[in-house]
Design a protein around this ligand. Sequence first.
Ligand code: SAM
Ligand code: PRE
Length: 254
Amino acid sequence: MDTFDPHNTPRDTLFAQPAEALGAFQFDQSVAAVFPDMIRRSVPGYQTILAGIGELTARYWQPGSRLYDLGCSLGAAALTMRRQLPEEAECTIVAVDNSEAMLVRAREYVDAYRSDIPIELVCADVCDIPIENASVVVMNFTLQFIDPAQREALLQRIYDGLRPGGVLILSEKIHFDDAAIQDAIEHLHLQFKRANGYSELEISQKRSALENVLITDTLDTHLARLHRVGFAHVAPWFQAYNFASLLCIKGEAP
Ligand SMILES: C[S@@+](CC[C@H](N)C(=O)[O-])C[C@H]1O[C@@H](n2cnc3c(N)ncnc32)[C@H](O)[C@@H]1O
Ligand SMILES: O=C(O)C(=O)C[C@]1(C(=O)O)C=C[C@@H](O)C=C1
């Protein structure tokens, strides 16, 4: 089984048929079954972001620490992190998701690869999970699904749970306050989805399903909030259209 080989997993056709009563988007069994294909065809730069997460993990992990993949889905980020660690690395990766359906498939992927570095799969709300002795925390398109009122408290716990010199890698779908820019970049994203084979019906139905489920912030909102919780160094290291990934470094102990 190739890790998240999107050409080797079922194709996402979940929104291809007109739906009478379109429910809110959920990370259920039907989404888990097609997720690698869905996210590849929906998020520009997703594979590049995973590769960058691996490289940054190799640079910032610390011996004897924990690494976290919060909102891990099928474990793509956790597996990429592990692949970039030295085989003898003394650390543990904690991969958390509140979707049982996602974790059932994550278990298959994790078990498909032998390694002495454990990946603990935890079914829980990331807002409840303790973050302790962490050197690397990844939230790869997860915060956008968290209640906006809970976001700063979660980021504060992540900051507090990081070792000095530790990092948070935060990838998010974003929006722009400038209407002209928002319109132009949203057009680029729609063209990306069309070029990846999604029909107008699929795009429209998924957009409706995600309404009030995926809630974006602006880059400025992210940057200001990350500084407020204490990160000394914050910057986007990658952006493709309305999808960005931020590197947040906790300053060294005084
Ligand atoms: C877009 S997917 C994340 C993609 C994944 N990180 C990757 O890189 O492939 C969002 C994930 O966050 C999970 N999620 C959303 N809210 C959550 C919460 N409060 N606690 C834990 N997981 C959550 C969803 O179940 C879903 O698997
Ligand atoms: O914005 C969209 O159209 C998306 O599909 C984005 C997004 C995401 O950013 O998480 C939404 C749901 C799926 O997890 C895959 C991608």
